[in-house]
Design a protein around this ligand. Structure first.
Ligand code: SF4
Length: 273
C-alpha cells in the first residue's frame, strides 16, 4: 500500500524539481531588463492614472519617458514641477513649460444666445447635437447639457445656471477629457497665466453671428488692427490671440464692439501689475 503511494509522490517531486529548474533558467534567459529610471519617475508622478498624457496610466507613461518615447512635460496633472523632477531624472531640461487649462470659448448663455427650437430630448450634448446640430441658434456654441461635466475626473467643469459650461482654473489639470467629449469642439486649452481670451467659437459671417448671439465675434478685426503687439490673428471669421506675445494690455478688450474678448481680472491683475 505504502509503496503504491511512494512511486507517484517521487514522480511528482521529480517533475516539480525539473519544471522548477526549467522555469528558473527561462526567467534568467528571457528576463526583460527594467530601466531603473522607471520607478524613480513613477515616484514623482501624481498617480492619477487619468490618461491625460496619452498613455493608459502613470506606469506606461513612466516606461515611455524612460525609453525616450514620451516628453518629460507630458503629465498634465503634475504640471511644470513634475516635468522639472522628471527632467532631473532623465538629465534633460524640462523647458519651463507653461501650465495650461481648459477654457470654454463661448459666452452663449440663455440670455445671450437664442434658440432655434425647444429641445425635449436626452439632456446630453452628444445626443442633443444629433437634432440639427443642437437647439442653439449658433451652430458653434456650448449646448450646456454637461457632457464635459460628467467626464471631468477632477470636478473642474460645471454648467452654470444660465446654461453654459465653465472651467474652474484651480482644479483643471488640462487632461483634455472634456475637450474630447465636447461634440461642439468649443473647449480649448489656454495658458493658465493669461487672462484675455476671444470667447467665441463661431465661424459664421458677422451678420449671422449678430443675429444669433449678443457676444459673438463678428469679424470686424478691430482687435487685430489695434493690438500693439500684433499678436491677434484672424482665421475662419474669428479673431485668435497668439498668447506668446500677448502682454494683456487690454486694448483688444476695450476695442471689441461685442465684448467677445473677455478679461478675467483676477488672473489679469496678477500678470499686468
Ligand atoms: S476641465 Fe477638462 S481638461 Fe480640465 S481637468 Fe476637467 S476634463 Fe480635464
Amino acid at each position: 500500500m505504502i509503496s503504491e503511494l511512494i512511486v507517484p509522490v517521487l514522480w511528482l517531486g521529480g517533475m516539480a524539481i525539473v519544471f522548477g529548474a526549467i522555469l528558473g533558467y527561462a526567467s534568467k534567459v528571457f528576463a526583460v531588463e527594467k530601466d531603473p529610471k522607471v520607478p524613480l519617475i513613477l515616484d514623482v508622478l501624481p498617480g492619477a492614472n487619468c490618461g491625460g498624457c496619452g498613455f493608459p496610466g502613470c506606469e506606461a507613461f513612466a516606461v515611455a519617458v524612460a525609453a525616450g518615447s514620451a516628453k518629460v512635460d507630458s503629465c498634465p496633472v503634475g504640471g511644470a514641477s513634475t516635468a522639472e523632477k522628471i527632467g532631473e531624472i532623465m538629465g534633460v531640461d524640462a523647458g519651463g513649460s507653461e501650465r495650461m487649462i481648459a477654457r470654454v470659448i463661448c459666452q452663449g448663455t440663455s440670455s445671450n444666445c437664442s434658440n432655434k427650437f425647444e429641445y425635449y430630448g436626452v439632456r446630453d450634448c452628444k445626443e442633443a447635437v444629433i437634432a440639427q446640430g443642437g437647439h442653439k441658434s449658433c451652430n458653434y456654441g456650448c449646448l450646456g447639457f454637461g457632457t464635459c461635466e460628467r467626464v471631468c475626473p477632477f470636478d473642474a467643469i460645471h454648467v452654470t445656471e444660465d446654461g453654459i459650461a465653465k472651467v474652474d482654473p484651480d482644479k483643471c489639470t488640462a487632461c483634455g477629457k472634456c475637450i474630447e467629449a465636447c461634440p461642439k469642439l468649443v473647449i480649448d486649452l489656454v495658458p493658465a497665466s493669461k487672462g484675455v481670451h476671444v470667447d467665441c467659437n463661431s465661424k459664421d459671417k458677422g451678420k449671422e453671428v449678430k443675429s444669433n448671439c449678443k457676444v459673438g465675434c463678428i469679424g470686424c478685426k478691430a482687435c487685430v488692427k489695434n493690438c500693439p503687439e500684433e499678436t491677434i490673428g484672424f482665421e475662419d471669421n474669428l479673431a485668435k490671440i497668439h498668447y506668446d506675445k500677448c502682454t494683456q494690455c487690454m486694448v483688444c478688450v476695450e476695442k471689441c464692439p461685442t465684448n467677445a474678448i473677455t478679461a478675467e481680472m483676477i488672473q489679469t491683475k496678477q500678470k499686468v501689475s
